[in-house]
Design a protein around this ligand. Structure first.
Ligand code: ADP
Length: 203
């Protein structure tokens, strides 16, 4: 008896910066390609354009991706390939849809991920679970709660070498303040992976 279950589901990969989220997404996508599955990867565009780009890990591995401004662009792109979500009988959706840096997409990414999983797609999302204040990041708690599978990765704390779960934001070499704006124009900004003990916020 053939199971009516189509295999669509949601996988979420989280952790701080440098924890290997992009590497893990690239690894899963590469294996799907080896299995001759159709794959489409997306990531948020830094600028205002919708274009072909790549997801790259800090260690230099990469896969092709489409840079998008939001979930609507992803729906449009999939529809553009003949795979309208409202009419899944037409050209099929990809077997696998991957999205990197998913925390930067708005709340609309949640219903999109659920629609795709319900339509039979394996959805693989990678993103930061916590922001620089170590508070839950945007749509991530919602996605984590709804996912069939969650992988939490750790980086290495740059201070003590312990497993790092936080992203330390530094401005001009100093820990950022709680109230600092998320985007700083022309600031000397950088990030480091830190453990719970060595993550700091300046008062
Ligand atoms: P993420 O997507 O989570 O930011 P990447 O997959 O882009 O992570 O990069 C992970 C790679 O970053 C590691 O395999 C390692 O080569 C490198 N790296 C640099 N700094 C660190 C650190 N503090 N902890 C762990 N890995 C680090």
């Amino acid at each position: 008896l053939k199971s009516p279950y189509h295999g669509g589901h949601l996988e979420v990969i989280v952790g701080p910066m440098f924890s290997g989220k992009s590497e893990e997404l690239i690894r899963r996508v590469t294996r799907a390609v080896i299995a001759r599955q159709s794959v489409q990867v997306f990531k948020p565009a830094i600028d205002d354009r919708y274009h072909v780009s790549a997801v790259a890990s800090h260690a230099g591995r990469q896969v092709q991706a489409v840079a998008v401004r939001g979930a609507a662009d992803i729906r449009a792109h999939l529809a553009g390939e003949g795979a309208l979500l409202s009419d899944p009988g037409e050209t099929p959706l990809p077997d696998v849809v991957g999205i990197d840096e998913v925390q930067f997409l708005g709340e609309d990414v949640v219903p999109l991920a659920l629609d795709l999983a319900s339509a039979g797609v394996r959805v693989i999302l990678a993103g930061l679970d916590l922001d620089f204040r170590a508070e839950p990041f945007g749509c991530m708690p919602d996605l984590l709660a709804r996912a069939e599978s969650v992988e939490k990765l750790t980086a290495i704390c740059t201070v003590c070498g312990a497993p790092a779960t936080r992203s330390q934001r530094l401005i001009g070499g100093q820990p950022a303040r709680l109230g600092d704006p998320v985007l700083l124009v022309g600031a000397q900004e950088s990030y480091e992976a830190r453990c719970r003990v060595h993550h700091e916020l300046r008062r």
